[in-house]
Design a protein around this ligand. Structure first.
Ligand code: HSE
Length: 415
């Protein structure tokens, strides 16, 4: 039976206003009772009677049965969402960081309270990947889910590689267009797609992996030499988040730049568009492309979740309840292009199978196999070094990492 929705909204920024605008342009039946915002001095585009500055005006209001959370402070969002669920209200959120950091607890509260927590808008904007994974692929064993999960970095890469724009100008444009997070490090440092990957993995494999456990590396160290290298080889650079099956019940995850050639499904996914490639045992390869950022595209995903709440739809996490547990590994080899400035920055990295190396005063790089675990161990340190890393996409046999000592080569051996 269709439920009458009485909505309390949190946040009236880019996504909140996009959603409100969609409401006014459609005949969707829902009543926005209150909107909680932080900034009292900000001029609002709609009537002042909609607004409150006190979150409990919504959370303690028994008439409000749906909380729509669209603020960008993950910790404040967590408090709001948790209290709303505990008060028996359904919640729709767009906050990927908050969900990624607290998913296990929030899913438990959802189950205990019989409420629903939906977050389609938190992953890949307008692409309905969360519900698709939750419903369509709920019984199928997936080989991989990978893609461009961040509109801002894809916009920047498109502009600097295809249109020769400089990086700061491209980033500024992405900010002006409302694609970037308040702190764009989340985008260019690959944290935003990292959080989205956690949500995708929860649905695709029923596994709640904390973001701190996953290797992520962004595009902020991208240099003209990297762009020149890619162009000369007919490649593009894309920031790709990926989860792949590496053994029967074992998966590996990463978020990092990749070189992609013209045959790759994501090669032509440009600007703020996102693209998700799902590889499954029986349905084979499928690709989803759509706008991954911006008020209206993200607002449309929020609207779809709100609509689903009319029928008490909830994610069931069926794969989390499967008998055979899935394990997560970082002990996996990947082949990377690693451009560096100073040998000291790579002295502590073990390379296996170096296939190419170039050493000139202004341009030094190595193409070699490396262990994902080792990159993970250096995760917090790497952004301080002047190096750019891109996965070449070549699949490497796991055995390369075995017999470590014999195979391990320090780049200094070649210098
Ligand atoms: N900053 C995000 C992006 C917004 O660029 O993809 C949508 O999550």
């Amino acid at each position: 039976m269709e439920k009458k929705l009485k909505i309390g909204m949190f946040g009236f920024g880019c996504v909140g206003q996009g959603l409100y605008d969609i409401f006014t342009k459609t005949d969707f039946q829902a009543e926005i009772q209150l909107i909680c915002v932080k900034d009292k001095s900000k001029k609002r585009s709609i009537d002042a009677s909609y607004f409150t500055y006190e979150k409990d005006d919504i959370l303690d209001n028994p008439e409000i049965n749906l909380v729509v959370e669209m603020i960008d402070d993950a910790e404040a969002a967590y408090e709001i969402v948790k209290k709303a669920l505990l008060k028996g209200k359904n919640v729709v959120t767009a906050n990927k960081k908050m969900v990624a950091l607290h998913i296990e607890e929030l899913v438990e509260i959802q189950q205990q309270t019989g409420t629903s927590l939906l977050y389609e808008a938190a992953a890949c904007g307008s692409i309905p990947i969360i519900r698709t994974l939750a419903e369509y692929y709920d019984n199928e064993w997936l080989y991989s889910v990978s893609g461009i999960f961040n509109g801002t970095s894809n916009y920047i890469l498109t502009k600097v590689i295809q249109e020769n724009l400089d990086y700061p100008t491209a980033l500024k444009q992405a900010q002006e267009l409302g694609f970037a997070e308040t702190d764009p490090t989340a985008d260019v440092g690959a944290f935003d797609p990292l959080y989205k990957l956690c949500l995708v993995v929860a649905q695709a494999y029923g596994k709640f992996i904390p973001p701190q456990e996953i290797f992520n590396y962004g595009i902020s160290s991208l240099a003209p030499q990297d762009i020149q290298y890619a162009k000369e080889k007919g490649l593009k650079i894309k920031l790709i988040a990926a989860v792949s099956k590496v053994e029967d019940r074992e998966i590996t995850l990463s978020v990092m730049p990749y070189f992609v050639d013209a045959k790759h499904y994501l090669y032509n996914v440009e600007n703020e568009y996102n693209g998700v490639v799902v590889e499954a045992a029986f349905s084979d390869k499928q690709i989803f492309i759509g706008k991954g950022a911006g008020g209206h595209p993200t607002g449309s995903a929020v609207l779809s979740d709100i609509s689903a709440c009319r029928y008490d739809y909830r994610y069931e996490y069926r794969k989390a309840h499967q008998q055979e547990a899935i394990s997560y590994t970082r002990h996996y080899p990947i082949e990377v292009y690693l451009r560096y400035q100073d040998e000291r920055d790579i002295a502590d990295i073990d390379f296996y199978e170096i296939s190419e190396q170039h050493i000139a005063k202004e341009f030094k790089y190595v193409i070699a196999v490396i262990s994902l675990e080792q990159l993970f161990e250096l995760k917090t340190d790497l952004p301080q070094r002047n190096i750019f890393i891109a996965n070449t996409g070549r699949r490497v046999a796991r055995e390369v990492l075995l017999g470590t000592l014999e195979n391990k080569i320090a780049v200094s051996d070649f210098i």
